[in-house]
Ligand binder design. Structure first.
Ligand code: NOJ
Length: 733
């Protein structure tokens, strides 16, 4: 038998499966401090949201003691830091550099709550894509977005950053945003790694108070707070950030069951877990760790790979290793995950590619146009009596209020690299873009504080104009992180201003439009009652002024729909459409039923509410087939007619109600939405498909079940049951 010579293996020609990967090679070479450097993320100082703990990082980058940065902008500074890591550190491992690109980078889009009002998956993806392209051109590779925390309490400031009150909506936004940020794949020069945050159930903080404890049932956790994260993982999100808060006594930063078993195990997340800012250190104050070593050990064992700003891994893990609280293997697993992400982002082979090509003016201009059209579509027209809007026969307009000429405030919370000069105020936008209308302006009052000194001048202005637009609400910093408000109403002297203007204007028969800026639904029943038109503008971003001009002039018919219920009184909070039924539903004739003695149960505005300039009527609901098994699909059709005089966009919402099940189901569950644009007099048919499997719910043991029986199909313009068309389908075993 001929003897074959053993193949000679030349270095460099090793068959791929026998070759050591770059990560294996690095793992062999790395010292413990270098490994811990890869698990450390330090703020570079641009937009700090907490105490600076690590100080100047340049030396630490060179020694490999810091492997990741946040809060740095601009290709110059970013490439310089990258150069230190790649060219001056022993192993040349590139840095992962991230920033909170929450609703745009330099060009700002509406805040996430405002974007949720679009009810448009393509638009959600488009703005994330545009933000990623702009941020990547600035050298960044990671954004701490999308924020996916469901909020049902307007006291909580971070309501502004999230998808609103509904878990299904949150899941749609999660998938669209991850797709947008991560684009054609992490290796693309214009892609960012996304970060689904804050995992999980951060929204129901006690009494809406930021960072406070969270105590909710397992059912609420699974039905309301986890679906958006499951959707983000399914869409391939590269990183996840745990919430600052605890859940039923276990801080999320140390929540092994949820981070390891649910997120990584059940959902299949294989990316990088990044702690929130100093959150590992805060385990000590949560009262679950005695010192930094214990805190670091808890976080590492829960599966957190990167320590943001606590310096707990660098300082605490060596001690934890000595004490036997963690193993080298656990550290290595985290390091490998971080290196794998850097490899997926193509940072090893081309660390300078993001930020190497300055953007041309055309790209920048196109992004501004996108910002303008998205902003115009995100505003929600809550009220429009006697067709106050669009403005007609107005030659002179009074623009009154502290937010009329406030470009910096238009950014809202989290403005990334958006500078005040890059924002177009309402005054600038209206003055420039309302043809044939002279705009007179008076601030009237300050946003907060007691400054009522200018109210008289503002009121006087009403005498000289045909119509009045009030710009009221919160300043940019009044929502977002650490911005809980016990009284989420119009702040400061603005109510005095608005009442005085309304008195004078109405006394002269002039119409008043109130534009409300806020990161949450504000409790303003009096304003909703008195203003002729009320427009929720959230914070619309860089193109606020032109977008509002488009709406006021009638060039754009408002099409935003509120993704949160607007309460009429704080006592109604938490308020949301998906409540479960009571055994004693409200009945005004029966004292012992579920209601308030002092306010109605109904909200000021229901979820999904929003008017346009047309008059849209939904009719003729068809549901087919009559019965369906779990593998089938329910087809829903409804006609929409525009009976008004303007073209307009209608949003059709599809809800279900499972009236009889082994577990009490919510009064309404959102299952779909679609949009249709119609000219005056036009009728269109909207079709929605609902896979029957989506009607599964968590049974008494919290395992998914598909129960036979009748399910109501409800279709209409918002979550007000009295406005919904009702059909039904029978589910078959
Ligand atoms: C704290 C916030 O909770 C988080 O959302 C953000 O990403 C980090 N700070 C970094 O800025």
């Amino acid at each position: 038998m001929p003897v074959r010579a053993a193949p000679t293996i030349m270095p460099g020609y090793l068959p791929r499966k026998y070759a050591m990967s770059r990560i294996d090679e690095l793992m062999c070479k790395m010292t413990l401090p270098e490994k811990l450097g890869q698990l450390t993320m330090t703020a570079a100082g641009y937009a700090v949201t907490g105490p600076i703990i690590a100080g100047d990082s340049t030396e630490a980058i060179k020694t490999g003691a810091i492997g990741n940065l946040l809060n740095l902008i601009g290709p110059g500074p970013i490439h310089e830091m990258q150069r230190l890591a790649v060219e001056e550190s022993r192993l040349g491992i590139p840095l992962l550099i991230g920033l909170d690109i929450i609703h745009g980078h330099r060009t700002l889009f509406p805040i996430p709550l405002g974007e949720a009002a679009l009810f448009d998956r393509d638009a959600w993806t488009l703005t994330a894509r545009a933000s990623a392209v702009e941020a990547a051109a600035d050298g960044l590779a990671l954004t701490f977005a999308p924020m996916l925390d469901v909020s049902r309490d307007p006291r909580w400031g971070r309501t502004a950053e999230g998808p609103g009150e509904d878990p299904w909506l949150g899941a749609q936004i999660a998938a669209a945003k991850v797709r947008g940020f991560q684009g054609g794949g992490l290796a693309c020069a214009d892609s960012l790694a996304a970060c689904a945050k804050h995992f999980c159930a951060y929204g129901p903080v006690t009494a809406g108070r930021e960072y406070a404890a969270v105590d909710i049932s397992e059912r609420t956790l699974r039905e309301i707070h986890l679906p958006a994260f499951a959707a983000a993982v399914k869409a391939g999100v590269a990183t996840v950030m745990p919430a600052f808060t605890d859940l039923n006594g276990i801080p999320m930063t140390a929540h092994t069951a949820l981070l390891r078993d649910t997120l990584r195990g059940e959902f299949g997340f294989d990316g990088v877990l990044i702690s929130d800012y100093n959150a590992i250190g805060e385990l000590i104050r949560h009262g679950v760790a005695a010192d930094l070593a214990e805190a670091a050990a808890l976080a590492l064992k829960a599966g957190i790979d990167i320590d943001m700003m606590a310096d707990a891994y660098r300082k605490g893990l060596p001690v934890a290793l000595e004490r036997g609280l963690v193993t080298m293997e656990q550290i290595d697993t985290a390091v490998r995950r971080v290196l794998a992400l850097k490899e997926r982002l193509d940072l090893f082979d081309d660390p300078y590619r993001r930020g190497s090509q300055p953007e041309d003016q055309e790209t920048v201009g196109r992004r501004r146009l996108l910002a303008r059209s998205i902003a115009a579509r995100a505003a929600v027209l809550l009220k429009n009596d006697r067709d106050t809007l669009p403005l007609a026969k107005v030659r002179r307009l009074a623009l009154i209020g502290p937010l009329a000429d406030a470009p910096a405030e238009m950014r809202g919370p989290w403005w990334a690299a958006g500078v005040p000069e890059g924002q177009v105020s309402v005054l600038a936008g209206l003055s420039r873009e309302l043809e044939g209308i002279e705009v007179l302006h008076a601030p009237g009052s300050a946003i907060v504080g007691d400054d009522c000194g200018h109210i008289a001048a503002a009121v006087e202005l009403c005498d000289h104009v045909d119509a009045i637009v009030l710009c009221l609400g919160e300043g940019a910093n009044m929502s977002g992180e650490a911005a809980s408000r016990a009284c989420p109403e119009l702040p400061g002297p603005q109510r005095t201003l608005a009442e005085a203007v309304l008195d004078r204007a109405h006394g002269m028969g002039k119409r008043v439009t109130a534009i409300l800026f806020s990161g949450r639904p504000l409790i303003v029943p009096w304003l909703a009652e008195r203003a002729d038109a009320l427009l929720a503008a959230w914070f619309l971003g860089s193109e606020t002024g032109p977008a509002l001009a488009d709406i006021l002039a009638g060039r754009v018919s408002p099409s935003g729909r509120t993704p949160v219920t607007w309460p009429r009184a704080l006592g109604q909070v938490p308020i949301f459409f998906g409540q479960r039924p009571s055994g004693r539903p409200a009945d005004p004739k029966d004292h012992f039923t579920s209601k308030y003695l002092d306010v109605p149960n109904e909200p000021l505005y229901p979820f999904g509410h929003g008017l346009g300039y047309g008059r849209l009527v939904q009719s003729n609901l068809r549901v087919a087939p009559d019965s369906v098994t779990e593998s089938g699909t329910i087809e829903v059709k409804v006609d929409v007619t525009n009976e008004g005089a303007h073209s307009a966009v209608e949003t059709v919402f599809l809800f279900t109600r499972d009236k009889l099940a082994s577990v009490a189901r919510p009064l309404l569950e959102l299952r779909g939405f679609a949009k249709v644009e119609l000219r005056p007099g036009e009728t269109g048919t909207v079709r929605l498909s609902l896979p029957a499997a989506e009607l599964r719910f968590l049974g008494a043991d919290l395992a998914p079940v598909f129960e036979p029986g009748e399910v109501e199909i409800l279709v209409g313009p918002c979550a007000d049951r009295s406005r919904l068309l009702v059909g039904s389908v029978r589910l078959l075993a």
